[in-house]
Design a protein around this ligand. Structure first.
Ligand SMILES: Nc1ncnc2c1ncn2[C@@H]1O[C@H](COP(=O)(O)OP(=O)(O)OP(=O)(O)O)[C@@H](O)[C@H]1O
Ligand SMILES: [Mg+2]
Length: 221
């Protein structure tokens, strides 16, 4: 399996939970894996940052996997960086990926928001995936609206030659509503050959959710 980019159709769709679950699954298989979030924004005091959750799921604190940029304002990283008088160095991100690989890690990379969000000006998660040869897992909402978002994301990946390793329709209700019921089959029809996994809406914190989701996501490993 290639190194993975866990991307999403939006912010808040469950990328970190899914990335953490994949890391738990890799570790359970004895794979030396690490999560990497190059830039994070919207960091709130007293709340675990994505990079901290990924480090916990990875079971290690690897200095090379720490974010290159951490920003307080809840904005796209390039925008929050501008406002803080900072910038993410795209070349430095690519160098980190190379160094982590050199150190023998399997990578689970999380972008920010969706594929087209600027991490730096002229540098998106899609650019990183294309440059670093990552395969994408697309996390999406389970319900109404997701067909459009997932298909547009799949098309963007295809246009750049980034393999689509699978789609996660995250947080399906119990009982599922009509869109949640029909979306998995419809997506399989719209995206032939792409594996679609549905995960339930859980209670509890992010890591707890990751543990619950882990068995369902093992098909991607
Ligand atoms: N299947 C689920 N059931 C219930 N809650 C979930 C589920 N998946 C994620 N969550 C919760 O939803 C919130 C957003 O999830 P998460 O942080 O993984 O999203 P994200 O896509 O990484 O967001 P961001 O764009 O901010 O990085 C978190 O509080 C998380 O615990
Ligand atoms: Mg996240």
């Amino acid at each position: 399996v290639a190194d993975l980019l866990v991307t999403g159709t939006d912010t808040g769709v469950g990328k970190t939970v899914v990335a953490a679950a994949l890391l738990l699954g890799l570790r359970a298989r004895g794979v030396k894996a690490v999560g990497f979030k190059p830039a994070e924004s919207g960091i709130e005091a007293g709340e675990a940052a994505d990079s901290e959750l990924l480090a916990r799921a990875s079971g290690l604190d690897e200095p090379l996997a720490r974010p290159l940029l951490r920003l307080a304002e809840p904005l796209a990283p390039a925008v929050a960086a501008d406002r803080a008088g900072l910038a993410l160095d795209a070349e430095a991100v690519r160098a980190r990926v190379a160094a982590l690989r050199e150190a023998g890690y399997r990578l689970v990379v999380e972008g920010a928001g969706g594929l087209a969000v600027p991490l730096a000006w002229g540098f998106t998660a899609l650019d990183l995936a294309a440059a670093a040869g990552l395969s994408a897992i697309v996390v999406a909402r389970a319900g109404l609206g997701t067909l459009n978002h997932v298909c547009l994301t799949a098309e963007a990946l295809r246009a750049r030659g980034v393999p689509l390793a699978g789609v996660v329709l995250n947080g399906r209700g119990d009982p599922p509503d009509l869109a949640e019921q029909t979306n998995p089959d419809v997506l399989s029809r719209l995206l032939p050959g792409v594996r679609v996994v549905v995960t339930p809406r859980t209670t509890g914190g992010a890591l707890e959710s990751a543990r619950l989701l882990q068995p369902l996501l093992d098909v991607f490993l």
